[in-house]
Design a protein around this ligand. Structure first.
Ligand code: HEM
Length: 524
């Protein structure tokens, strides 16, 4: 066993290794829901005025209601999935109540979640209360108002479901910091080789069929990249072969089905996916194949886990979850999103990005480096803008640890201990009080001093972009890694192509993208 002081030194070392990816010049000012009121609060409707808070905002009773037991939540679920759709579900209620904070039910409700009642937060001012672990508990709510059976994860409650007050949270998060730190030198070269292969596949598909779907080849590239960068193992050389992405898709689908719609007829889909949890035994065999792959590939990380006091089996289930659910699942959504927004922005932006990226790479003797990428201001802004406009994990939850007052731009609201707060992030990060033209993809939004100041309002990692994950918070352990791989994708794209065209659509988990043309980089 290590002494406590050596563990804490180790931890600070890791923290330092994690932070340089992000530009150090950003001011690190934590946001809290009780910060001063915005300059121009919008004038919204009738609000029963009562006590004034210290910030001058009057307390308003939280509007909205949950309806009759069972019937109310089922009605809301049908509105969310079928009658209105997700965005309209929130928008129509916000307009009706003239408030960005209101009560509603969140799916799945009966008979999966015992209590679907939540307080919805839709603005960028109230949302950050979800990051304050002194105010909210984050136990067993990674997927919201229900938790998938632990039989999906070897019988363990995985790190993503642990509150920082639980001792295992610190140990397991440190293990992931170790995993990320130990893969550091492999990320750039492995990314280059797997994504070069991906682009070659897409180009030959384009040549033969005139178009190339990005989804499946991207899934394959992401899984291969993660296996090689994190564990130094090429899946094709093992018993797992090429099956990783298919096995993961099934395993994730079984856990998230209560939150998804596949576009099937509602009278079939709702009872099938949203009423009872799908039984874990049906994916037990798939999970075992993944587990065996990870157990064999991660020996060195498991050794380190043992030194930290984590049994090999528990560590391995956590590595599998972090790699397949958190990392692969996130990249599977983020990468098509990057391609979509950059593709749709058109040739002018492509030209600027190509010029910026190639100039820096050339001045570094032709190599892509982390410090080189720090100089690519437009490329960095494009990645942040994609994470702002289309956060890959859009729903966040936290249960009030005590009686609280939360604030939107135009009112304060009293929340009782034990009530569930729910933030719909895509609205919070398009808040018109914070972002002008928030609905639009503005490629250079985060450039310059004024642009950088806006980064504190980018929340994709379950924390402000100006802050870092730690064992005390619930911010994404892979935050800086994700920004890095997002940047690498844009760099690879524009080292290879002058411009490209896409068509886009939607899927259960995000965007679908099809490449319709690419123009290889010109030599001038
Ligand atoms: C595009 C990729 C990713 C996205 C969008 C993403 C997003 C998130 C979000 C929103 C949360 C907070 C969930 C909540 O509690 O409400 C989270 C937590 C977490 N993420 Fe990520 N993530 C990504 C990649 C990664 C990677 C690469 C890793 C590590 C290898 C990782 C590890 C974790 C862990 C361990 C947690 C729980 C943190 C804790 O318990 O303190 N994620 N992630």
């Amino acid at each position: 066993m290590r002494s406590l002081s050596s563990l804490s030194t180790h931890y600070h070392y890791l923290q330092q290794l994690h932070s340089p990816i992000i530009n150090r010049r950003f001011s690190v000012r934590p946001i809290s829901a009780s910060s001063a009121s915005a300059a121009n609060p919008p004038s919204t409707a009738e609000k029963p005025q009562s006590t004034a808070t210290t910030t001058g905002l009057s307390i308003r009773k939280i509007p909205g209601n949950y309806g009759l037991p069972i019937i109310g939540p089922i009605k809301d679920r049908w509105d969310y999935f079928y009658n209105q759709g997700r965005d309209e579900y929130f928008k129509s209620r916000s307009q009706k109540y003239q408030s960005t904070v209101f009560r509603a039910n969140m799916p799945p409700g009966p008979f999966i979640a015992s209590n679907p009642n939540v307080i919805v937060l839709l603005d960028g001012k109230s949302f950050p209360v979800l990051f304050d672990t002194s105010k909210v508990e984050k136990r067993d709510l990674f997927t919201g108002t229900y938790m998938p059976s632990t039989n999906f994860t070897g019988g363990y409650r995985i790190l993503s479901y642990l509150d920082p007050s639980e001792p295992n949270h610190t140990k397991l998060k440190n293990l992931l910091f170790f995993l990320l730190q130990s893969s550091r030198d492999k990320v750039i070269p492995e990314f280059h080789s797997t994504f070069t292969q991906l682009f070659e596949t897409l180009e030959s598909e384009l040549a033969s069929k005139g178009k190339a779907a990005f989804g499946d080849p991207n899934d394959k590239a992401c899984f291969n990249f993660l296996a090689r960068a994190f564990y130094g193992v090429n899946p094709a050389d093992t018993k797992l072969g090429e099956k990783g992405p298919t096995l993961i898709a099934l395993w994730i689908f079984f856990q998230l089905a209560p939150l998804l719609t596949l576009g099937l007829p509602s009278f079939l889909e709702d009872p099938l996916l949203h009423t009872f949890q799908l039984p874990p035994f049906l994916v037990k065999g798939s999970y075992k194949k993944l587990y065996d792959f990870f157990y064999n590939a991660s020996g060195k990380i498991l050794d380190e886990g043992e030194k930290m006091g984590i049994q090999r089996e528990e560590a391995c289930h956590n590595l599998l979850f972090a790699t397949c659910f958190n990392s692969y699942g996130g990249m599977k959504i983020l990468f098509p999103s990057l391609l979509k927004f950059i593709g749709q922005a058109g040739v002018k932006l492509h030209k600027q990005l190509a010029e910026e990226i190639r100039t820096v790479v050339q001045s570094n003797g032709g190599t892509v480096t982390m410090s080189g990428m720090e100089q690519m201001e437009l490329m960095k802004s494009v990645v942040y803008e994609t994470l702002r406009i289309d956060p890959p994990v859009p729903l966040q939850y936290g249960k009030a640890k005590k009686d609280l007052v939360i604030q939107s731009h135009d009112a304060a609201f009293e929340v009782k201990k034990g009530e569930m707060l729910f933030g719909f992030q895509p609205f919070a990060t398009k808040d018109p009080n914070i972002f002008s033209n928030g609905e639009e993809f503005v490629a250079d939004r985060f450039m310059g001093d004024e642009g950088e100041k806006l980064l504190k309002n980018v929340f994709w990692s379950n924390g402000p972009e100006t802050e870092n994950p730690s064992v005390e918070n619930k911010q994404c352990a892979g935050k800086n890694f994700v920004v890095l791989v997002g940047r690498l994708l844009v760099v690879e794209l524009f080292m290879r192509y002058d411009t490209f065209e896409v068509t886009t659509g939607t899927s259960a988990l995000g965007s679908t993208v099809t490449l319709t043309s690419v123009k290889r980089a010109s030599l001038d």
